[in-house]
Ligand binder design. Structure first.
Ligand SMILES: Nc1ncnc2c1ncn2[C@@H]1O[C@H](COP(=O)(O)OP(=O)(O)OP(=O)(O)O)[C@@H](O)[C@H]1O
Ligand SMILES: [Mg+2]
Length: 99
């Protein structure tokens, strides 16, 4: 899906947010500054959080606790090989693939 600007990206995020259920995974791909964080920011806001959402490029992962569950925002940009996040009894493993 492509949008013409932040407003469009926020609108798409606002439509998707109420459809998300616990355990859903949303994959965002795109080069630097293509609106991935803008999308996550709008999803988290639409779910009712006032948390400040930033790019987790240097953090790898950030958690946004919400009344209905926690949003885990992972940025795989600096990931090489694989990474596992163990949380709430789940193990999430991300593995990069050579182009
Ligand atoms: N179609 C679009 N959707 C979302 N943001 C856009 C769009 N066009 C331009 N922008 C602008 O691009 C800038 C970068 O957006 P954002 O930080 O969300 O990108 P990113 O993909 O998360 O970048 P990075 O890879 O550096 O983390 C913002 O200032 C945003 O307003
Ligand atoms: Mg980002």
């Amino acid at each position: 899906m492509s949008t013409n600007g932040p407003d469009g990206t926020q609108a798409v995020a606002g439509l998707l947010a109420p459809l998300l259920r616990s355990g859903d995974v949303v994959l965002l791909t795109g080069g630097l500054a293509t609106g991935k964080t803008t999308f996550v920011k709008a999803v988290v806001a639409a779910l009712g959080s006032s948390a400040t959402v930033t790019s987790p490029t240097f953090m790898l992962a950030q958690f946004y606790p919400l009344p209905q569950g926690t949003v885990l925002h992972v940025d795989a940009y600096r990931l090489s090989g694989s990474m596992s996040i163990v949380t709430w009894g789940w193990t999430i493993t991300l593995t990069t693939q050579s182009p």
